[in-house]
Write a protein that binds this ligand. Structure first.
Ligand code: NAD
Length: 254
């Protein structure tokens, strides 16, 4: 498989290139905003303004993208033009961004994953099942990430919230942190985002009621786990028809 990597000098881009090297994958090209002759894992990183020309010239089997919403939407448009599959782990998309990615998915396979770890996929199932089995219990969600993370709450926290809310009959309110006179109400779900140091990513779902508490926690020990999942997804998507895919719906096939 020949993959192209965007955001190549970012935390995840570097990790994807390192894991791709361990797997002996061919790198078609790597780009980053404002790249100026640097190399990552021996791969020359080219300016992202060259992305479309490189896509046309190299026609990789898949593009693996961890950047920001604006860049991802632009890359998806170019991938649609040249029929190149795109896997993106970028988070923080607006509804309009998602619509643009779905539109690109009518021309080429586009796969979006807020979290490429297998453990988080299991956490999603476990949290959904726990909330279903304990419908009267209070639910609070806490996520913790490194101090460089831009969006809050994390993309993974939003997917967890969607899954948990999907089990409830009535609509839940998401309460982001609390301050002052703030008693808990009804079915609300407290959402807490902590940013500190170099923590890769932690998600905890707390259920409490009836004199007991249940905590479901996932901790990522290394960014490798996300890169591994993204490259597995890239191998999968390279043989799929054009469509808009979500990692959590295909992860069990990998
Ligand atoms: P980072 O800031 O270290 O790297 C992002 C890279 O993208 C940088 O090199 C930056 O220059 C580049 N970039 C940003 N905007 C750009 C633009 N408009 N045009 C061109 N290049 C641009 O961030 P990171 O920690 O590598 O995370 C990147 C994204 O991946 C974030 O959205 C983060 O939440 C997400 N993420 C997802 C997973 C997952 O499993 N899905 C795991 C970790 C991080």
């Amino acid at each position: 498989m020949r993959v192209a990597v965007t955001g190549a000098t970012g935390r995840m881009g570097k990790t994807v290139l390192a894991v791709a090297r361990e797997r002996d994958l061919d790198i078609a090209f790597a780009v980053n905003r404002g790249a100026d002759g640097e190399h990552v894992e021996g791969v020359p990183v080219q300016p992202s303004t060259e992305f479309e020309a490189l896509l046309d010239a190299e026609r990789p089997d898949a593009v693996v993208d961890f950047t920001g919403p604006e860049a991802t939407v632009a890359y998806a448009g170019a991938c649609a033009t040249y029929g190149v599959p795109l896997v993106t782990g970028t988070t923080g998309f607006s509804e309009a961004d998602i619509a643009a990615l779905e539109e690109a998915g009518t021309e080429t396979p586009v796969l979006v994953g807020a979290n490429f770890s297998r453990g988080v996929q299991a956490l999603l199932d476990a949290a959904e099942s726990a909330v279903e089995n304990l419908p009267e219990y209070d639910v609070e969600l806490t996520e913790t990430h490194h101090n460089g993370k831009r969006d809050a709450p994390s993309g993974t926290a939003k997917v967890l919230l969607d899954r948990v809310e999907g089990t409830r009959k009535a609509e839940s309110d998401r309460v982001h942190g609390r301050e002052g006179e703030a008693p808990r109400e009804g079915d609300e779900i407290g959402v807490h985002a902590r940013r500190a140091g170099d923590i890769t990513g932690e998600h905890e779902v707390l259920l409490a009621g009836n004199h007991e508490a249940l905590e479901l926690t996932h901790r990522a020990g290394s960014r490798d786990v996300f890169a591994e999942g993204a490259l597995d997804a890239a191998a999968w998507i390279a043989t799929q028809p054009a469509d808009y895919y979500r990692f959590e719906t295909i992860a069990s096939q990998l």
